[in-house]
Design a binder for this molecule. Structure first.
Ligand code: ZN
Length: 236
């Protein structure tokens, strides 16, 4: 896999992390804009008040917008494992994709290669556990669906980045136990199943968005993935 040197394009949209917290979460996004240059300009416009630390173009090239020790503005109102204000606790990566508003398309292999190289580079500097490599839709599930079900989380996990569950057949799981499992992973326990189930599936059961559309439905496969993920987390 080729390593892509970073191109700097400083954004004014950042401030200090509260209490100078070290980042412990990595948040992945899609841009939802027509092309990477538009995305770059958007995140460098002081009036937009948004940014991320990095932007990955379709060809895998990477632009750095904000220093990792600063607080970029990408997460908004958010929750993960008891943390709120994820901007303070995370590094944000925007991945160029036209998104659900302009035509959601698969992420090219070249681009995913760039994402993997970038994350390996970040993880060589920062102490970020695998279970804290998350989607924007994991930490703000009522508002966000990016980077969405086409993002290849299993490919990243095969490259040693983040978690991907083996299915674990665990028999019956009550709705209460299912929701407790989601909270154990890190999802906001104050949100209802109709918000959290599709969020879990966007990351860990993307097949639920295939043609037979079971998104939002807890099937035996959903339960097996959740049980597998909990087993993985509890083993680490
Ligand atoms: Zn996002």
């Amino acid at each position: 896999m080729r390593y892509v040197p970073l191109t700097p394009s400083p954004s004014p949209n950042f401030n200090d992390r509260a209490g100078d917290a070290a980042p412990s979460v990595l948040v992945l996004h899609y841009t939802d804009l027509p092309d990477a240059e538009t995305s770059r300009q958007w995140m460098c416009d002081p009036e937009k008040k948004v940014s991320a630390h990095y932007l990955v173009d379709l060809d895998g090239s990477v632009i750095q917008l904000v220093d990792e020790d600063k607080r970029a503005w990408h997460a908004g109102q958010s929750y993960w494992r008891g943390m709120t204000d994820l901007n303070t606790h995370s590094i944000g990566i925007e991945i160029q994709n036209t998104g659900h508003s302009l035509g959601y398309v698969p992420f090219p292999d070249l681009q995913i290669g760039g994402v993997i190289a970038l994350i390996r580079d970040i993880l060589s500097r920062q102490s970020i556990p695998a279970r804290n490599i998350v989607a924007h839709s994991d930490i703000a599930p009522a508002r966000k669906q990016d980077p969405g079900h086409l993002f290849p989380w299993a490919t990243l996990a095969a490259a040693g980045i983040g978690l991907w569950p083996q299915e674990k057949v665990s028999g019956l799981m009550t709705p209460q136990a299912f929701m407790a499992g989601l909270a154990h992973i890190g999802y906001d326990p104050g949100l209802p199943p109709e918000v959290l189930v599709p969020a879990f599936q966007r990351h860990f059961e993307p097949e639920a968005f295939d043609d037979d559309e079971t998104s939002g439905m807890v099937t035996p496969r959903t339960i097996a993935r959740l049980a597998g993920l909990i087993g993985l987390i509890d083993a680490t």
